[in-house]
Write a new protein. Structure first.
Length: 131
């Protein structure tokens, strides 16, 4: 008899698989298992991996240390996508290997933009007026 999972169980599974993929990618990068000069020259953080509900696609968000050479790092990751997909598939043990895509993590830039806005003297003044 086939078990049916609830949407909550399904979404937890998607999050768990995404986190496992993030760990695998991080480990591959830290150990420099991909033979690429650009990736070897940079410390790259995999900040998040978002999986589709069917687990067939994964979007990996990355940030090079200090944000340096982001375009070159993304290009190197995309060039080596086949290697990463093969390694993820091998280590995950899923029926289907997720198709990987890489994108820059813009959340740090957005947080910095919001922080700058909050420090703006007009905003500070308006917030003090509310108190």
């Amino acid at each position: 008899m086939k078990q049916h999972s609830t949407p909550e169980q399904q979404s937890v599974r998607v999050l768990k698989v995404g986190e496992r993929v993030r760990h695998i990618l991080s480990e591959l990068l830290v150990r420099q298992e991909v033979h690429d000069d650009t990736l070897s020259a940079h410390a790259v953080s995999v900040t998040e991996v978002r999986m589709t509900p069917d687990l067939r696609h994964a979007m990996a968000y990355i940030k090079p240390l200090l944000g340096r050479d982001e375009a070159a790092v993304l290009k190197a990751l995309r060039t080596n996508t086949a290697f990463f997909q093969k390694e993820v598939a091998k280590r995950l043990g899923l029926k289907f290997a997720p198709k990987l895509r890489f994108a820059a993590d813009e959340s740090f830039d957005e947080a910095e933009r919001i922080e700058r806005l909050l420090r703006d003297e007009k905003v500070v003044r308006d917030l003090q007026d509310e108190d």
